[in-house]
Design a protein. Sequence first.
Length: 212
Amino acid sequence: MPSLVILISGRGSNMQALLEARLPARIAAVIGSRPDAAGLEIARRHELETKVVDPRSYLDRAAYDAALAEAIDACVPDLIVLAGFMRILGTAFVERYQGKLMNVHPSLLPAFPGLDTHARALREGVRIHGCTVHFVTPEVDHGPIIAQAAVPVWPEDTPDTLAARVLRQEHRIYPEAVRWFLQGRLSIVDGRVRLAGAMATDDTLNSPESAT
Ligand code: GAR
């Protein structure tokens, strides 16, 4: 059975969605970048192996990335899943795991990379916002897009209400994207992801709906 390593920094709700999806994979370890990451407790409750690689224990990014790579390689995973892992990873690290490193980001990339995506989306007045699952490249919150889900933005939204709406979609598309990977259905052609067996539809998503 293929194996996954999940990297987290905080609450771990995406990790939990992955655990609950009953994926055809063994979770070899959950690695936290902070000893107090709440998601580590959830992982322990699921009787998963947990590790902490805390940046405060290392002199610089290169030393941190090397320690993280060592912890990952000890598990020999088929895929490394970043689930709210809030550390910028160096180029050498990312290139070492090219095509085996997946991330979820709370915006429709390439819009709003970085932090505070929901507040920024509200400030820009976008009508449609969402989330993206992508393969990781050295550029932050960038890389071949595997899946996206869109949600409407309502005038009364706050960053919190919008974040909650987007998070529900993260929990839906991230396990789906990992499942596609495990089924061997994903390939990268000319820097873009192809999903074998995907069906095209002509449906559109309008927000707001057309006025009558
Ligand atoms: C999620 O919204 C995820 O998309 C985001 O952090 C949150 C983690 O929540 N990740 C990023 O912003 C990465 N650039 P979780 O710990 O409950 O899964």
